[in-house]
Structures are given as C-alpha cells and as structure tokens.
Design a protein. Structure first.
Length: 498
C-alpha cells in the first residue's frame, strides 16, 4: 500500500489577504484535545470538522461512545465524507460483529503477562474513576499473582483461556482445609483444572524422558532429576509453580485478605459473563479485530456509558487498550495511512497508560481526538485533584488544543496560560493648562495575556441565535498558524461542510 504523506493539509488558516499556515496530518497524529462547556458547539463545531476531514482522507479508526445517538452521528459523518456504509463496523448488542478478547490476546501463544496487564488496566481505570484505588502495592502484587496463576492453569489444563474458566476456578480456590475428593463427581472447577494440568505436565515429562533415553542421554536420578525435568519441560516447571502458589502460598493467607483479593477478581469477571457483554467479547468467534482499522474500517463500540454504565465503560476501556497496543505494532511501510482514536466525553475512557501510549502515537500514525467539557472532569476521573500532575502530563502529550465557550474558571485559566502573553504598545496622552497649554503623548511597552480567561465565556456557541456559527481558540504546539502566533480564533458553520 502506498505511503501516506503526513504533510497532507487538513485545515487552512488563510484569512482575507493573509496567507496563514496549514494544519496537516502530521499535526493530527500529534493528538488533539477539545474543551468546551455544555452547548458550546465542541461536537458540532471543531469535532464535526475533524471527523469529516479524517474520514474524507481515508483514515480508519476507533470510536468510543457515551451517548446513545453517537452511532447515527457517525453514520452521518461517513455520508458527508463520501465513505461507504460498509466502512462502519458497529459492535453492539444484537449486532453482527463480535470480538473475542482472550482469543485475540492469546493468538500466536500470547503471553500471560499481556492478558494480566489488560485485565489490570481495566480494573485500575475503574477504581481510579471512583477514587477508590488503593495505593498499597501489596494488593496489586497479590492480584497479579492470582491472575497469573489462574491464567497459566487454564492454559496448562485446557490449552486456552476463557473468562468463564477463570471465573469458575477463582470461585472454587482451595483453602488450608481443602481435601481433594476421590470421587470425580465431587471435583470442583479448580480441582478439575489442577488435576488435568498435572496430567498434561506428566505426559510432557514422560515424552521428554523417553526422548532423552532414546538419544542415549538419560536424566540422572536423585534431586537433580527434578531440576533437570523443570529445566527441560516448561509445563512441568509451570505446574510446580502453580502447585506452590495455590497449595502452599495462597491457602496460607488470612481469610479476610483472601476474600478481598478473590472478590476483586470475581466481581470483574462476573460482569464480563453477563449479556450482552458475554456474546460480544467472550463467547463468539471474532469477525472483527482492531487490525481492521488499518484497512480503513471505522470500529464503533456501541455500548454507550449513559445506557450501559460501568460495564459499558469497562468494555470500551478494554477494547481501547487492546486497540492501542495493536496500532503501535503497525508497520508504516505496509500501511502508512493514519488511524484515529475518537472519544467524546473522553474522561470516561482514560487509563493509566494513556500518557505513555500518546507519547509514541505520532510514530505509529495514530490521530487521537479527546473531547471533554473541562479540566475538573479529568481530575474527577483520574483519582481527584491530588492527581493533577497526571492530568497535566497526559494533556501535554496532545499537541493541539481547541477551546470553545466555557464557564469553568480553571479550564479558561489553563487555556489563557497556555496561549501565553503578548507585548503591545500602550499610548497615553497628558495635557497641562499651567501657563501655556501643552500636551504630550507617551508610549510604553506592556505585557498581558494574549487571550484573557474571561474571553472564553463570550465565544459563540452556534444555533440560530448565533447564525449557526461556533467559535473557538486553537493552539498548536510548534506551528505558527497565524501572524507568527501559535494560536488563532477560528469559526465553524454548523450547516456547512468543512
């Protein structure tokens, strides 16, 4: 596929007789943050313009949803951009598209670490939103160890990992008083997987020993025998680690401590096993994957937060994280057209690795567009005001900021500070009537904010009241877009194509 030129113009800042700069695909892959209060026109103004520009240039992408009408909105964007209906892939209840999360993550012998990282990212994002994330590393390490061993046990016993197997195993974990029954009909989910894992490891061990004997290199007896087997048979070593964790380590934990760890895991898995999530992400074979976006598809996860609440949010954070990792692996030489990540009310979908991901998004040609009302929305969804540094760090990775009308003082001050100061000449005139009349004109150099915070309150918000004109200030890192300045006041007509 032919390479895409990142210097392709997307927005021109020409104004009357002034030939301004241009905002290119290169700027797009450096990330965009749009702020605007309720009814400011951020979605119908700059959001609509960017969406149609990206679509008209062939971008594929991922769209996350908060409001129930976003599916129809993106259908309209595709129509206006001249794209085909078939370019839109909608993952939704009673729909035709499915994405099996664990099948995708386990392909090509996927590492247990990747699955654990995925689950922990979603769980931590949910805890940060509620402000309830515990900073004690013990709980993180304990949950990590539980997930690692449960996933490894599933792989060893069944050759695959499913959320249902994980859920049933965690529900039936042994205690210090557990006795393995001799009657197979009384074997629970954990014991069944444990015994099957032992059997499979033993078969691998026997095959390895026979192979060594046939080659004239038998394994010596004694204690070194066990060490040699663990070194030569990965399944035997893994089973030994699983046995040590569940039979010796985990069973010795305090009952209250165990219950907290168990229910942290069970509570998350339980939601994934309920419809419609189970059919969409766990049960059925995938007929769409994040890789489809590299072919120009627009994947829209239609589980709007306003309708599906916590599980809708968790599933979209999960898909987003998988999508981000997949896009970072892309080979630009094979497919250079940018892809976009789109999130209106973006504060709902943030996770702990967003800043790290965004820092390298440019090299992967990922054009992120996050839309939110104000800074406090981000604070509230990233652990509260004490995590201000995390929010500012994250926003610093988005090189273009667009500020619509806003009544939030903190966001307007942030916008004003970001745009910065300008120098101007202030003229003053004085007159004297003592003796002869005289007058003088003085000039002095003054410095003030280029755009004062109160100016953002007065921006036009569209609708017939403003002749459908939406106004905003746009600030672009490292790119003078008008009169040598990095900012410009721009207008959007809600009724016209960009």
């Amino acid at each position: 596929m032919q390479d895409f030129n990142l210097d392709t113009p997307l927005i021109s800042f020409a104004n009357n007789n002034y030939t301004g700069s241009i905002w290119t695909a290169r700027n797009a892959v450096e990330g965009v943050q749009i702020f605007g209060g309720i009814g400011s026109g951020k979605t119908s103004g700059s959001g609509r313009m960017l969406a149609i520009k990206y679509l008209s240039h062939g971008f594929g992408g991922l769209v996350l949803t908060v409001k129930p009408d976003e599916k129809e909105l993106w259908k309209e964007y595709l129509r206006l951009a001249g794209r085909q209906d078939s370019d839109l892939v909608v993952i939704e209840p009673n729909g035709t598209y499915f994405f099996n999360v664990l099948d995708y993550e386990s392909r090509d012998g996927g590492m247990t670490d990747n699955i654990v990282q995925l689950l922990k990212t979603v769980m931590n994002a949910s805890e940060e939103k509620s402000g309830g994330k515990n900073n004690d590393p013990f709980w993180d390490h304990a949950l990590d160890m539980l997930l690692f061993n449960v996933i490894d046990l599933c792989k060893l016993a069944y050759g695959r990992v499913t959320f249902r197997d994980m859920y049933e195993i965690v529900q039936t974990l042994p205690t210090s008083e557990t006795v393995f029954p001799t009657d197979d009909s009384k074997v629970n989910a954990f014991m069944r997987a444990f015994l099957l894992g032992q059997k499979n490891a033993a078969q691998k061990t026997i095959a390895w020993l026979r192979q060594r004997e046939a080659a004239g290199d038998p394994v010596p007896g004694g204690g070194s025998n066990k060490e040699a087997i663990c070194d030569g048979v990965p399944e035997a070593r893994l089973m030994k680690e699983i046995d040590t964790f569940f039979v010796e380590t985990y069973t010795e934990l305090n009952e209250k401590t165990r219950s907290i760890i168990d229910f942290s895991c069970i509570g998350f898995l339980f939601r994934l096993l309920r419809e419609p999530v189970y059919s969409l992400f766990c049960k059925n074979e995938s007929n769409t994957t994040p890789d489809d976006c590299l072919k120009g598809k627009i994947i829209l996860v239609n589980l709007p937060v306003k309708t599906y609440h916590k599980i809708g949010r968790d599933c979209q954070v999960m898909f987003k994280y998988i999508w981000q990792r997949a896009m970072e692996k892309r080979k630009n030489a094979e497919n250079g057209c940018p892809v976009f990540l789109w999130a209106d009310e973006a504060q709902n979908f943030l996770h702990e690795y967003d800043a790290d991901y965004q820092a390298t998004a440019r090299s992967s040609r990922i054009a992120t567009v996050y839309i939110s009302q104000n800074l406090p929305n981000y604070y509230a969804n990233m652990g509260g005001g004490k995590f201000e540094y995390k929010v500012k760090s994250f926003l610093g990775t988005l090189a273009t900021k667009i500020f619509h009308a806003n009544a939030d003082v903190e966001t307007n001050k942030y916008a004003s500070d970001l745009i910065g100061d300008i120098e101007y000449i202030e003229k003053s005139k004085s007159s004297s009537f003592m003796g002869n009349m005289s007058s003088s004109t003085n000039r002095s150099l003054k410095i003030d904010r280029a755009v004062r915070p109160e100016e953002f309150v007065r921006l036009k918000t569209g609708t017939t009241t403003n002749n459908n004109i939406v106004e905003a200030y746009m600030h672009v890192q490292g790119n003078p877009i008008k009169d040598g300045q990095n900012h410009s006041k721009i207008s959007f007509n809600q009724n016209h194509l960009p």
